[in-house]
Design a protein around this ligand. Structure first.
Ligand code: FAD
Length: 475
């Protein structure tokens, strides 16, 4: 009887799972394992809650076979491999700087015992690092990357193995306190509880696990894909797929999405093309992080290395107002309140709130990126930190630094009836239509305690441009 280990990480599903298929083929039984790594748990409040929900679902899907341990991964995995005498530990290939370092340690530690870490597949349609230009160089600009990514293509989804023979936990007592019991009320809350929207209603796409991810994807395909091209920028309509959190935990593989989309009657529509482009952004940012791991927390392009940013107690007070959704700019505040309540924010609003921190409050982007990662349930180092750099003008095909989002006109354009603002800011619920975006224009605009603007956007825009010119040596 041979046993291999499948070590789950950002791939918490059983279907279309290349590493699982490789594990099943390589041995008689598979021990499914998840390691709660203190180095990662320490960083993410809402993400840990969402992770637990996903693990509870996966545990149920494996009939309770999932072994969950807490500890340093190299030690935990090596000990488990020794106790079941697994020659191979199967994983999906990781592409974040920490994930790669950690896997190197695990590989070395396993090799000492004559065991092997086997990497098959990744959380992406095309593994980061594989799409190169004709000279064998990585891409730094999205559009040519997306073209080459598409031309590269990806294999068909791998299906779900029938009747996987799961191996028994070699030391059930060691994991008892860590394992989510799939039948317990706590686990049920974990699976479904993270679903709630800020107002207590069932949030779209909030449920965890593989079945929830598939259901969300298919509901989007049925109900919202056709309007995606026109409506994806409208936070008030809220009709984007909400798949980011499912993709974050690998509850669905992007290949599954791309294959089902390709078979759909609307596959050639503008909406479908637009949706594939958004998935390509996710792949692009993972690829950039693979090639330039330092870009996680440093400017990818150093053209703005000389930029002046603000810090100190006065700035801290402004940042606090931004975090709490109390800047006095309704579109920004609605987004920041949605983030705190739902652990999710619409893409358009992510851009505008990020721009406000960098260009109205003059704060260096990593501080905002860190806050987003703490708050987002879909918090993903590559998409988040490169999304911030795009806004800040320091990243790949960044929007030029001198392009400053106007938080009021953005709101009026993308939330034309003010519904999004009123949904998140009860102090403005009395203002009808687009008036909710400009309470300073209504005599009763501040009657219910909404704060005055903490900065003057026009003045801060000018200040940003002055700093930009100085940093470029033009000032
Ligand atoms: P849809 O519009 O339905 O898009 C489908 C999928 O495409 C998304 O689930 C996502 O996987 C991918 N996608 C869409 N837009 C982008 C994009 N601009 N960059 C990369 N992938 C994209 N996305 C995250 O998954 N995690 C993050 O931590 C994150 N932080 C961001 C921070 C900032 C400042 C910005 C500007 C964007 C960030 N994004 C992040 C990208 C984007 O905002 C979210 O992926 C999107 O809002 C998720 O909602 P959805 O699933 O309904 O998107």
């Amino acid at each position: 009887m041979t046993i291999s280990i499948l070590w789950f990480r950002r791939d918490l599903r059983l279907a279309d799972h290349p590493a699982l298929l490789a594990a099943v083929e390589s041995s008689d039984e598979v021990l499914p394992v998840f390691v709660r790594d203190p180095a990662l748990l320490a960083r993410g409040g809402v993400r840990v809650e969402r992770l637990d929900a996903s693990l509870a679902a996966l545990s149920a899907d494996t009939g309770g076979a999932l072994v969950i341990r807490t500890g340093e991964p190299a030690e935990v995995i090596a000990e488990l491999a020794e106790s079941v005498d697994a020659a191979q530990v199967h994983v999906s290939r990781e592409s974040t700087p920490y994930g790669r370092r950690r896997d190197d340690w695990v590989r070395e530690r396993l090799a000492r015992g004559g065991r092997e870490l086997v990497e098959t597949g990744s959380p992406y349609a095309v593994g980061p690092g594989r799409v190169l230009n004709k000279s064998g160089e990585p891409y730094r600009v999205f559009t040519p990357f997306a073209r080459a990514w598409h031309d590269h293509g990806w294999p068909e989804p791998g299906g779900r193995p029938d009747d996987i023979a799961w191996a028994a936990d070699p030391d059930p007592d060691a994991g008892a306190s860590n394992n989510a019991d799939p039948g317990s009320p706590d686990a049920d809350r974990a699976v479904h509880g993270a679903a709630k929207g800020g107002d207590g209603s069932a949030g779209r796409g909030g449920e965890a696990g593989e079945q929830a991810a598939l259901a969300r994807w298919r509901a989007f395909l049925r109900d919202d894909l056709s309007s995606y091209g026109d409506q994806r920028d409208r936070p008030d309509l809220d009709t984007t797929s909400r798949l980011s959190v499912h993709l974050k935990y690998g509850e669905i593989h992007p290949r599954t999405i791309l294959a089902e989309l390709a078979d759909h009657p609307a596959a050639e529509s503008e909406s479908a093309r637009r949706f594939v482009t958004e998935l390509a952004w996710r792949e692009f940012y993972a690829d950039v992080l693979w090639h330039w791991p330092r870009s996680a927390w440093r400017d990818l392009r150093d053209a703005l290395a000389g930029m002046d940013y603000d810090e100190g107690p006065e700035t801290a007070t402004l940042v606090e107002a931004w975090q709490q959704g109390l800047t006095g700019y309704p579109f920004v505040d609605a987004g920041m309140r949605q983030l705190r309540a739902e652990g999710w924010m619409h893409n358009r609003v992510r851009m505008v709130t990020a721009s406000f921190l960098v260009k109205d409050l003059h704060v260096w982007w990593p501080s905002g990126a860190r806050y987003f990662l703490e708050q987002l349930r879909d918090g993903d180092l590559a998409s988040n930190n490169h999304g911030w750099q795009w806004v800040a003008g320091t990243g790949t095909d960044a929007s030029p630094y001198f392009r400053v989002f106007n938080p009021v006109t953005q709101g009026v354009k993308f939330d034309p009836d003010g519904d999004y603002v009123r949904r998140w800011i009860p102090e403005l619920a009395h203002l009808a239509g687009a008036a909710a975006h400009e309470p300073w224009r209504s005599a009763d605009g501040y009657d219910y305690g909404y704060p005055e603007r903490i900065v003057d956007h026009a003045e801060e825009r000018r200040e940003t441009l002055r700093r930009y010119e100085r940093a470029r040596g033009d000032g």
